[in-house]
Design a binder for this molecule. Structure first.
Ligand code: AMP
Length: 137
């Protein structure tokens, strides 16, 4: 898509700090990193979200994340990492070309990642699991 910033990066029309690519996937440094070594892994073909990707693309992106994560850990001396996909504007997706953030983490780095949790009613969990199970395509 000509108006998609990540498609333009794939096409070489916008520069990026590329660290990995193959036929289906590109990985490059996030221009506004949450932490040093923050990487984005994307499918080269435009999809707005994971549900629109082919199974082959999903597998290729997962393989790339698996390969890139230990290299990022090694170089940044991180002790862990978050892999994050914001899907939809409601979840904070700003760039409408599906991408996976790989964010290196160190104990006490102060970046935190805290969901506000609630305690669940087991009967409600069972009902939801049943409904979601039936909704699977
Ligand atoms: P999200 O909120 O999940 O859509 O995140 C989009 C991410 O893309 C942000 O972390 C941006 O910093 C990053 N980003 C946007 N434009 C570029 C670019 N030209 N090169 C690298 N990263 C970018």
């Amino acid at each position: 898509m000509s108006d998609c910033v990540f498609c333009r990066i794939v096409m070489g029309e916008i520069p990026c700090a590329k660290l990995f690519e193959n036929e289906r996937v590109l990985a490059f440094m996030d221009i506004n990193p949450v932490a040093t070594g923050h990487v984005l892994v994307i499918p080269k073909a435009h999809s707005s979200n994971i549900g629109a990707m082919s199974d082959c693309e999903v597998a290729a992106v997962a393989s790339a994340l698996k390969a890139v994560a230990p290299a990022v850990m090694k170089v940044t001396r991180a002790e862990g990492y978050n892999i994050l996909n914001n899907c939809g504007a409601a979840a904070g997706q700003a760039v409408e070309h599906v991408h996976f953030h790989l964010i290196p983490r160190i104990h006490g780095d102060g970046r935190g990642y805290r969901w506000i949790t609630t305690s669940a009613d087991p009967a409600q969990l069972a009902r939801l699991a049943s409904e979601i199970s039936k909704a699977l395509l």
